[in-house]
Design a protein around this ligand. Sequence first.
Ligand SMILES: Nc1ncnc2c1ncn2[C@@H]1O[C@H](COP(=O)(O)OP(=O)(O)OP(=O)(O)O)[C@@H](O)[C@H]1O
Length: 359
Amino acid sequence: MAGITLDDLAHSYLPTPRSQADYALKPMTMTWRDGGAYALLGSSGCGKTTLLNIISGLLTPSRGRVLFGDRDVTRLPTADRNIAQVFQFPVVYDTMTVRQNLAFPLRNRGVPAAQIAARVDAIARMIGMETQLDRRARGLTADAKQKISLGRGMVRQDVNAILFDEPLTVIDPHMKWELRTQLKALHREFGHTMIYVTHDQTEALTFADEVVVMSEGRVVQAGTPQSLFDRPEHTFVGYFIGSPGMNLLPARIDGAQAIVAGTSVPLDGLYAPAQGQIGIRPDAVRLAEGGPGLPFHAARIEDVGRHRIVRGQVAGQPFNVTVPEGGTIPAAPDRVILDPARVGVFVDDWRVEPQGRAA
Ligand SMILES: Nc1ncnc2c1ncn2[C@@H]1O[C@H](COP(=O)(O)OP(=O)(O)OP(=O)(O)O)[C@@H](O)[C@H]1O
């Protein structure tokens, strides 16, 4: 196993890139620790697969280096990188049994038979296929075949890293939850370095110790799920993480207040004057009827089980408030009051820090 260093890495699919916009992956430097579980999260086209393909060796970057431990692997072919990969769609040998499929990567490397048998049994239990081990893969559902692919990806214990590219796409929703939990357990047990590409925040946040959020070819933030939620460094992270995401409102920032469509919102710090945005999580807002606060136009209430979401608008922007179980909603809410300690200030989409404390 090995830590992974991405050193000033960038990639353009064009032979002579002229500007930043020509790069599918903009310059990035990052170190992933040996044994860490990482997720690359972002919407379609943000560069996740490009980055994963550079790590696996399917793609040579136009700039920078990839190191596994101290070893520069930038120009090594995939076969020489000692990694396991699980793709979006199943890759299994139809004529082999489930057992033979799972054993294949170990048999290839001459692992003793008793060791193979024990490992295959453990993996089969994990993917819930212990009763189907002697069935041929042909005729199994896509879902079952993908479980075999996942199992095969994890069967070797000596790999540098396991790379997963949207591996749960074809898995049914209930099994998705179970496999995610199993993957996490397996990571804890065996401590492989795992890199998991997904556009699904639930998958990323439940699987990874650290989530790398990408947007338009750039890493906008890398951090624990909690830090992405509590302190998004970029409006994209605020909006993308959380359900619903962070509320964002255009604002003029001026000292210890933000002016939103003519109404003053108190801030928990002193900021340099700027035109920007304020961001607040839907659970850090209180609904009111009349009185102080930002004018709010309620549209509808959604009951999502553990809490209710009141959806509406502030200053013409979508604005959501979550009300916990047992919380009350005023009969005709028309104001929102923001918890100053949880208001984030963003200028040019990036979080800015206060320059001092509010009086
Ligand atoms: N082989 C290629 N040649 C040219 N452009 C490409 C190629 N592969 C990807 N791109 C472009 O690079 C950008 C990043 O694509 P990439 O596949 O890495 O994103 P992604 O986040 O993995 O998205 P998806 O989840 O849809 O695969 C996109 O604009 C895409 O159109």
